[in-house]
Design a binder for this molecule. Structure first.
Ligand SMILES: [Zn+2]
Length: 242
């Protein structure tokens, strides 16, 4: 259910794995994504189960409609309308409100400045990382009083640089924007390391308290992987303040 959980000075970070939910194959078991073809009732139940295991009210978890862009939305409560904005990062200064990001190979990035009381969640796939979704999230946090020197950053399970094969031209295009993302697969072909790109960006922005999950989703049977399975579920990362 919850694969990784950490608390730092009243800021909480959690990443799910694929177990402990009610979804049937190929979304088994804890699919938290609402736009992947799974039964909506199963997704609702899974979101309730995950929230409960984190001690969260499922109605105080904010999701987003992720589109691989670099737009950030500031939120102060759950979406009131049925329309969920197309953004790849959420930021809030509202305590007790959890921000959630969905992934299955992309990098889920959770950020918190416990002193300023500001948190953000970001969805950083290859296009979003290159488009600067992480710097955009840090900017939005700064506008709410956060200081990068105090920000705690945690990235979750994602496809690793030894598994994420891309055409040579795509690797060159991404590396031109973020050299740290230049990688090679374990079988010797061009690859992209999105997690390395995210952490290089955070480092340049002055975020020092950083760590990355050691889990590669494509290699782990305990995690959903789009590149391995195509039709599959979504993992979630959650960040919130007491
Ligand atoms: Zn891997």
């Amino acid at each position: 259910m919850i694969g990784q959980r950490e608390s730092v000075s009243g800021a909480h970070f959690a990443f799910t794995d694929r177990w402990g939910g009610v979804s049937a194959a190929p979304y088994d078991q804890l699919n938290l994504g609402g736009a992947v073809g799974d039964d909506p009732d199963a997704v609702r139940t899974n979101r309730e189960l995950a929230a409960k295991s984190l001690g969260l009210d499922p109605d105080r978890v904010v999701w987003m409609n992720q589109v691989h862009g670099n737009e950030v939305a500031e939120v102060t409560g759950p979406w009131t309308a049925s329309h969920v904005p197309a953004v790849d990062s959420l930021v809030t200064a509202t305590r007790g409100l959890a921000l959630a990001v969905l992934t299955a190979d992309c990098v889920p990035v959770l950020l918190a400045d416990p002193v300023a009381g500001v948190v953000a969640a970001a969805h950083a796939g290859r296009p979003g990382m290159a488009a600067g979704i992480v710097p955009a999230a840090i900017d939005a946090m700064r506008s709410l009083g956060a200081d990068p020197a105090r920000i705690v950053a945690r990235s979750g399970p994602a496809v690793c640089g030894r598994c994420y094969e891309v055409p040579e031209a795509m690797r060159a295009e991404v590396a031109a924007v973020e050299p740290a993302a230049h990688a090679e697969t374990s079988w010797g072909t061009p690859a992209v390391d999105v997690t390395a790109g995210v952490h290089a960006q955070l480092d340049r922005l002055g975020v020092r308290d950083r760590s990355a999950s050691p889990v590669c989703t494509r290699e782990s049977d305990d995690h959903f992987s789009y590149r391995r399975d195509r039709t599959t579920g979504r993992l979630a990362g959650y960040v919130w303040l007491d």
